[in-house]
Design a protein around this ligand. Structure first.
Ligand code: PMP
Length: 466
């Protein structure tokens, strides 16, 4: 039996379970090869069933071999956008070089090849989500457009004055502003699920709202994973409670779909929105998934070519789903690129991607805890994805502004994000103007975490704090 040093992470990690386990036992499916690390309860050594060969993966991403300010790039801004493997770049290049044509209407060879590749990408996404049919996959520009589609199409038809849309305090602006616009247009009201100090949703708030507003709640919208705190939200639980009250559930999957195995029937939500560019695909392509029955009841979002069956001067008949929601020439090249990204992720296995990130974030949290003056937001490892948001502060006072921190790290070749991360109500809740965020993906390494830690020490020396 051989163990990889710090090789894997128990995919069923629950701190309570591990605490009750003895050394040598593990709750994960590779139990015969697993061992609880006696020093760090959360990390297990697994047999390789959840392993990624990170060096091999890194070689697939051309950008990762570049330098920044003379230092090797450590790209830790994956929550903003991910890097692209050669296969994704090649798929798009191939389309433009060999079979560039408009899709769906042409009868010539190029148009048929382009249509086949574009619709094949839709099938890949559908399988990736375990959806019932590719007809449930609507291609849009990004998560933002997917949520706006729901708010404008479903929302205008189903939400009226006095109705309630429930969101959470940790939502990205993309899952907040479209609902504000809907509320302003219809007279509906917005209510919010709060957070505990560790950044977990207070589900009792949802229960209270469900009692208070009863059948007036039309939709509960929640992010699958917070882009600031990394909190992985109990979406299936929230969807079940929403349904009991007769409401629908929308999941903003911008951060969860790229990093966690997704199974839409198991999630039980009604809408799932996500972006291709955060999951190794190109920008300008995203997905709205919804059940066919629901999509069939929804009016079009935009009008024009592609979304019609027939057009007359005063009225038109809509195309079937998903085309009813895809007006105009679609982003063919990037749809094909997203298909290649899904192939890449599927080839690695999303369980493995998740396990790698869980191990990395556990390591990062442990190392960052040793950096003086570092306040880390969000829940413990095991309850969060590969996102660590922090500030250098003492007694509630910022000692280094996150933008200065990000600039100093940039000089070390380390790319992190500073700001409100498009979740301004959350930064307001924590009483700071901004935070610094490191976010990981399948190609990041412990060595990059070590460089981040070293650079944070250096930043503190620059500011005379160490
Ligand atoms: N929701 C969440 C949780 C996000 O992290 C992001 C991107 N930062 C979005 C929505 C918006 O994604 P996009 O800009 O691709 O529409």
């Amino acid at each position: 039996m051989s163990y990889f040093p710090r090789a894997g992470f128990c995919t069923l990690y629950v701190p309570r379970m591990l605490r009750s386990q003895k050394e040598g036992e593990c709750a994960c499916e590779f139990e015969q090869f697993s061992q609880v690390d006696p020093k760090r309860q959360c990390v297990v050594y697994c047999c390789g069933g959840t392993m990624l060969d990170v060096n091999k993966i890194r070689a697939d991403f051309p950008i990762l071999s570049r330098t920044v300010h003379g230092k090797p790039l450590a790209y830790l801004d994956n929550a903003a956008t991910s890097q692209k493997p050669e296969s994704v770049i090649r798929a798009m290049d191939d389309y433009y070089r060999r079979y560039n044509a408009n899709v769906h209407r042409g009868v010539h060879a190029l148009a048929e090849e382009a249509t086949a590749a574009y619709e094949d990408a839709r099938r890949k996404v559908s399988r990736f989500l375990h959806a019932a049919s590719p007809r449930e996959v609507v291609f849009v520009r990004n998560t933002t457009e997917a949520i706006n589609l729901v708010a404008l199409s479903w929302g205008r038809a189903n939400v009226s004055a006095g109705d309630v849309v429930v969101l959470t305090m940790m939502e990205h602006h993309s899952n907040l502003v479209p609902w504000q616009l809907l509320a302003q247009a219809t007279g509906a009201r917005l209510e919010f699920i709060g957070l505990d100090p560790a950044g977990r949703l207070l589900l009792e708030d949802l229960d209270r709202l469900l009692i208070e507003f009863g059948g007036r709640i039309r939709l509960v919208g929640v992010s699958g994973m917070s882009n600031v705190l990394g909190t992985v939200n109990p979406v299936a639980e929230i969807a079940a409670r929403a349904h009991q009250a007769g409401a629908l559930c929308l999941v903003d999957g911008a951060q969860s779909v790229p990093h966690l195995p997704v199974d839409v029937p198991a999630l039980g939500c009604d809408f799932l929105a996500f972006s291709g560019h955060k999951m190794l695909g190109p920008t300008g392509i995203g997905v709205l998934w919804a059940r066919q029955e629901l999509l069939n009841t929804m009016p079009p979002f935009m009008g024009g070519g592609e979304m019609i069956k027939s057009v007359h001067l005063r009225e038109s008949e809509w195309a079937d789903i998903p085309h009813k929601f895809e007006a105009g020439t679609p982003n063919v090249a990037h749809g094909i690129g997203l298909g290649a990204a899904v192939d890449y992720l599927t080839g690695l296995g999303m369980e493995n991607v998740h396990a790698h990130e869980q191990a990395l974030v556990a390591y990062a949290l442990e190392r960052l805890a040793q950096v003086p003056n570092l306040h880390i937001y969000g829940p413990p490892a095991g309850e969060r994805g590969g996102i660590v948001t922090f500030n250098v502060m003492r007694d509630g006072e910022l000692l280094i502004h996150p933008h200065d921190l990000a600039s100093i790290l940039d000089m070390e070749g380390i790319a992190i994000r500073a700001g409100h991360h498009c979740a301004q109500p959350l930064t307001e809740y924590y009483g700071v103007p901004a935070t610094a965020r490191a976010s990981f993906y399948l190609y990041n390494t412990e060595e990059e975490v070590d460089r981040l830690v070293e650079a944070l020490h250096k930043a503190q020396r620059v500011f005379g704090l160490e």
